[in-house]
Design a binder for this molecule. Structure first.
Ligand code: CMP
Length: 255
């Protein structure tokens, strides 16, 4: 499987700070933040599947826009996969005819431009020889992490989460983990805000990593704009067993 980072910043602030979106192969998005806006129209039209971790704006901002941009060009709906709570929020607060038209009823309910597919934590979704499994995460709104499996290795993406023993257990149950993308939104000086907003800070990331078995490559994502050097220095200073590098927009991970 091939994962391209379209955006991995915790906020906006110039062309290097797009919010979270990963392009998996050519047809799948994992989260749908502002990074999706850099894809060409033909690349957008090739997206069949969008897996959403949670409903926050920085992870869903481009869903309404992509459906409107390519709906007419495609012969089949785009499917948005998320846990039922997240789908409910998207229906009630985004695709409600006020913020955006309800594209699950356009052009008509039988052949819509957009489908919503509920998923369950721990239940694998198979797409050809690839699979994606939602894992438990702990954020200020209902949220999941994802394990992606291309048949020759696995990658876990934490989404937005604070420390969660259930997520540690789920990650350690992955049988062939090669890469772990984990967030660290705030530096340790903002530990209180990290706790209030259910994110991780460097000290928490280090504690989290010390509970991870095996030797996955660790990539840090979702750092708030302007905090990159500080967060990465603090993670290095915390001295976890696993080395971590900052995930970069444009980076490609093959596994
Ligand atoms: N008390 C708070 N609770 C949650 N989010 C907050 C709070 N104060 C500020 N925020 C910001 O609101 C943002 C919403 O998206 P994030 O969870 O990525 O990051 C959050 C913080 O940057």
């Amino acid at each position: 499987m091939r994962l391209k980072v379209l955006g991995c910043s915790g906020g906006i602030g110039g062309p290097e700070a797009r919010t979270t979106a990963f392009l998996a192969d050519d047809d799948m998005l994992i989260d749908c933040g502002t990074g999706v806006g850099d894809l060409a129209l033909e690349e957008l039209a090739a997206i069949d599947h969008i897996f959403v971790t949670h409903s926050h704006m920085d992870h869903i901002a481009a869903i309404p826009l992509i459906v409107d941009a390519v709906g007419e060009m495609r012969g089949a709906p785009i499917t948005v996969y998320a846990i039922p709570e997240v789908l409910r929020i998207l229906r009630a607060h985004v695709f409600n005819w006020l913020i955006w038209p309800d594209f699950t009823a356009i052009p008509d309910r039988r052949r819509p431009f957009l489908r919503m597919q509920p998923i369950k934590v721990g239940e694998e979704i198979r797409l050809g020889d690839r699979s994606i499994t939602p894992l438990p995460a702990l954020h200020s709104v209902p949220a999941v992490a994802y394990c992606l499996d291309g048949g020759t290795g696995q990658l876990v993406y934490s989404g937005d989460t604070t420390y969660s023993p259930e997520l540690v257990t789920a990650i350690n149950a992955c049988r062939d983990l090669r890469h772990l993308i984990i967030e660290s939104a705030f530096p340790d000086e903002q530990h209180g805000l990290a706790l209030a907003s259910r994110h991780l800070s460097p000290t928490m990331v280090a504690a989290f990593l010390d509970e991870i078995a095996g030797n996955p490559q660790v990539h840090i994502s979702h750092i708030k704009p302007g905090q990159g050097e500080r967060v990465m220095a603090q993670i290095a200073a915390a001295g976890a067993r696993l080395h971590a590098s900052a995930l970069r927009q444009g980076q490609v991970i093959e596994f």
